[in-house]
Design a protein around this ligand. Sequence first.
Ligand code: ADP
Length: 462
Amino acid sequence: MNQVLFDSLLVIYLTQAAIGFALFFIFRHFSLLYNRRYLLTWSWSWLSFSGAVALFGYVAVATVRYHIGFWPVQLLNFLSLVLGYSHLIFFLVGVTELVSEQDSKRSTLLKWLGASVLLSALLVISYSSGEEIHPLRDFLRIGIRMLITALSFIVAGLVIHFTKRLSGGLGHRIMSWSMILFGIEQGYYCVIVVMSSLFSINVSFPHFIGVIDIAMIFGIGLGMIIWLLEDERRKLKKANQELDSFVYSTSHDLRAPIASMLGLVNLARMEVRDEKSLELIGMIEQRVKKLDSVIGDFLTLSRSKKSQVEMVPVSLNQLIDEVVNDVKFAQDAPSIRLIYDRSHNFTFKSDFTLMKTALGNLFSNSVKYHNVDQPDPFIRVAFRRVNGKVQIDVEDNGQGIRSENLGRIFDMFYRASTSSNGTGLGLYIVKEALAKVDGIIFVKSFYGVGSTFTILLPQPKQ
Ligand code: ADP
């Protein structure tokens, strides 16, 4: 064989073995991480594949370059055949486990592996009688394996392609098509082997075929990984939706008993005269109200997550009016001056309810965390358009936030102050509501001086 061709064949075998080995590690890791059996089965398939091509390559080099003995070559042939068949068996069992969503029985797997050991031994022994190349030998040792490989990959690719449950995403398509193409390529090899071994027609493999091999194997591995990540994402999304529905329905169901508890507290206050009991009733009322506000925040969060976004022209004047209306009865609100120029009649495109939720929470915080013992407590709202975006600033000269807390105030349940009995959900709700209209929010604040929350909203092109 030409030296250059020989070396390039070696490189191809080694590359395939390296890809197989890398995929073995990746699939083993994912199988432990996600606890899915077919990933483990596939990992064994890739390990067998890697071993088979490495041995195949070694036998090719050893027989030509080192003239190793006859029996060691037979042993290596036997091992590479066993590994080659194991690769197929593990691969098919993995596909069956994936498609049927059922783990295979270990005893069935062992039976198949046993059969492959027997078949490989038979093939090696039956044609090991002499050095002379038997015409049937190549067909039986290589041709049949290629035929089975071709059929297995084509059938597996088609089954995966037509299994609707597997989604039809990019990973699914890459995986199924690479399997089908790999199968067709192996079928083509098989035809060449049959022609040269059975009919003595000398057709050689095209030089570039090894590179196509690598591309297909890489495609199958990559497709499997992308599919796995897409599938995990789908499962995570589903789990999140279920969690959101659970939070929504639980909060909803808790609302009614809480309202009756508050009613009963009021009733008790009318009936009871004893000072100590009245004090206890007051404490119960406070706790129940706190519970009510947590549940209320959960409901607002769930509603804004569930709601369909409706982009409409929003009037900032109307938005501010409604928000101010909601907070005007809060403690200290009357002492705070609102600085906002209504005369510009600003309008922008967004979802009115989500914007009301966001601005409502910002206003209620500015009131809650204000400092009314100063000459001019104020909340200032400013609006402008910057680079096709709308910027809304809500500024106050209240308590401000310590710099070490600034990075966490948008986290769920994070409270940076004990001066109010908040739930720590307000700014998280603001962030989530704005995310639904692709908006972002950031804050600038100086402790003891005040805070400015800035909302940036992209605007659809006219
Ligand atoms: P909550 O108000 O229920 O505690 P939020 O998520 O609304 O929760 O706010 C998180 C924390 O950010 C608050 O505990 C408070 O310390 C701080 N904060 C939010 N808005 C302001 C503001 N306008 N001025 C000062 N501190 C604020």
